[in-house]
Design a protein around this ligand. Structure first.
Ligand code: ARG
Length: 567
């Protein structure tokens, strides 16, 4: 159950009774333990607006709110904050059920557009953030009962493919020759830049491809298949849930593009401009006040990234019947998406009820604060980054567990290495740039994957030593010690945090929650002996420990991170 929503609802009902109008109660987790577990901060603003004494209003609200089944008697602090402490009785009920998470009452159909690399090149670190963050958000939405439609909007069309196919024809590259797509691309590009005849042939090849010539199409398809299989290998390795069935490439929209342009033209939105066809909207102007058009067709008749995205909005709204569409790309595409969403709305390509949301993220930087690159200054291939993560983790695991056999070490190293890379990204607010730092992400201390995975294994070992299974264990008696209460409250907050991530698309909130949970558990474990305690205390503490372990595992799974039994 969403505790914060429950408290909010009770307080807002009371506020409405007291003031005759709906008023936000602004319920938040308490800033400090002295303030209880939650605080309601909305009373002062409401009192000011309605010219009342805030403490008197707070008292009336408390009297009207019927909080008895949820909290101890609330306290009024300062000029009119309401401090709320969850009652032992409520916590016992909240933690008596084995389910950690309940489905939301009104599930939606949500399209999540993520990963979406360009197939001309091999996946590199620039694709990591979209892939990892998008996958976590998709998992969170699914866990809450939403229908998630993953869309891997891969770039498989455009002039670059002419160059690649011309090079393919010349080299007759076997699948082996395409094993290293990155150098294949580099060689093709070098020829394109140096050799005008090759460049000309590349352009002809694009025309052959676009006019549907069989040989060109076949070569293109082979190239795309190989490139996609490279992507799938990365997804599998990362434990990302994307499958080939989630691919809906740019080329899938080719037939719709002329219709999009015709439609925009018929509605008077698209107009000829310097030979191209553009949509001008008043709200998009540059620094000097110059209009920023959305070009939907070039003067040579070709279509653009934007045209394809307009077709995709329509498809997602109409054919996929989405109520919400999320786009995960870096922040540099922010203007592109604002324009696409505005044009789509104006043209009625998206149903007026569909939410279109761009969830941007910053760049991945090296420790020197510059874009993350290899020592030689080239882009880092994803697969190589993941190899390095696992080998670094293996060294740590072997050092900590020399007694484990190599196969067991490898399993742990995979969970830790891949988990560390994913968690380092997910735990930062995605809107800022983030520094990729091996030592930090693989540390067993602080807000890292290894710390949380280790906390999980410690809980598992408590159960091994107790000789009881670590499965669900309903809390039957109320928490007593202060550390038990704090841990129980954190456990009860899981639903509200997951719902928050689903609403705003910020997985770092879930990371911060899990880190806090592990920290509160360690504090509890130091203060409250489990195995040596009296039977009632022992049972209650085992129940709290079991719930903590299950929540850590569930939360890490929502982030796409594996847990292991020991490490
Ligand atoms: N292929 C694009 C890129 O690599 C990202 C596509 C994102 N999705 C979209 N519908 N535009 O930048």
């Amino acid at each position: 159950m969403n505790v914060r929503a429950l408290l909010t609802e009770r307080l807002e009902t009371a506020l409405a009774k007291a003031l005759g109008e709906s008023t936000p109660a602004v319920v938040q987790p308490a800033a400090r333990p002295e303030f209880g577990d939650y605080q309601a901060n909305g009373i002062m603003a409401a009192a000011k607006r309605t010219r009342q004494n805030p403490r008197a209003l707070a008292e009336r609200v408390i009297a009207l709110a019927e909080l008895d089944d949820l909290t101890d008697p609330p306290e009024i602090a300062g000029p009119g904050f309401i401090n709320l402490r969850l009652s032992a009785d409520f916590l016992t009920r909240a933690l008596a059920t084995p389910e950690l998470l309940a489905a939301v009452p009104a599930p939606q159909r949500v399209v999540v557009d993520y990963s979406s690399p360009n197939l001309a090149k091999e996946m590199h670190v620039g694709h990591l953030r979209s892939t990892i963050i998008g996958d976590a958000i998709a998992r969170v939405l699914e866990a809450l009962g939403h229908t998630v439609i993953r869309q891997n909007h891969v770039g498989d069309w455009g002039t670059q493919f002419g160059m690649l196919l011309a090079h393919l024809e010349d080299t007759g590259a076997s699948s082996d020759g395409l094993a290293d797509l990155e150098s294949f691309y580099r060689d093709a590009k070098a020829r394109f830049d140096a050799d005008p005849a090759f460049a000309e042939r590349s352009r002809e090849t694009v025309v052959r491809l676009q006019s549907g010539e069989v040989a060109a199409r076949r070569a293109w398809q082979r190239f795309i298949d190989i490139s996609l299989s490279h992507c799938q290998a990365v997804y599998d390795r990362l434990g990302v849930l994307l499958t080939p069935a989630d691919v809906r490439a740019e080329s899938a929209y080719n037939e719709a593009l002329p219709h999009v342009v015709a439609d925009l033209t018929a509605k008077g939105l698209a107009v000829p401009s310097e030979g191209a066809i553009c949509v001008f909207l008043d709200e998009f102007v540059g620094k000097e006040g110059e209009p920023l058009p959305v070009i939907v067709q070039k003067s040579d008749g070709g279509y653009l990234y934007a045209t394809t995205d307009l077709a995709a909005v329509q498809f997602r709204s109409e054919s996929l019947a989405a109520s919400r569409v999320l786009y995960l790309t870096d922040a540099r595409q922010a203007l592109h998406f604002r324009q696409i969403f505005a044009v789509a709305r104006r043209a009625g390509l998206a149903d007026s009820t569909v939410a279109l949301e761009h969830l941007p993220f910053g760049a991945m930087l090296g420790k020197d604060g510059r874009p993350f690159r290899t020592r030689a200054g080239t882009v880092v291939k994803l697969i190589e980054l993941l190899n390095e993560a696992e080998s670094r983790a293996l060294a740590l695991v072997a050092e900590k567990n020399p007694e484990l056999d190599p196969a067991a070490q490898a399993v742990i190293a995979r969970a830790v290495g891949i988990g560390a890379v994913k968690y380092a990204d997910l735990s930062k607010n995605r809107t800022s740039d983030y520094v990729f730092d091996w030592e930090q992400m693989l540390s067993f201390e602080g807000n890292t994957a290894p710390y949380l995975q280790y906390a999980f294994t410690r809980i598992q070992s408590i159960f091994r030593r107790a000789g009881v299974p670590s499965g669900p264990r309903p809390l039957q008696v109320a928490p007593e010690a202060h550390e038990e209460h704090a841990l129980a409250v954190q456990l009860a907050r899981y639903q509200e945090v997951v719902e928050q991530v689903a609403a705003d698309g910020f997985p770092h909130l879930l990371c911060a929650y899990l880190y806090e949970l592990a920290t509160l558990f360690m504090r509890f474990y130091e203060a409250c002996p489990i195995l040596q305690a009296e039977p009632t205390d022992r049972e209650r503490r085992l129940a709290l420990a079991a719930r903590t372990g299950a929540t850590l595992q569930h939360g890490l799974d929502l982030l796409g991170i594996e847990t292991v039994e020991r490490m």
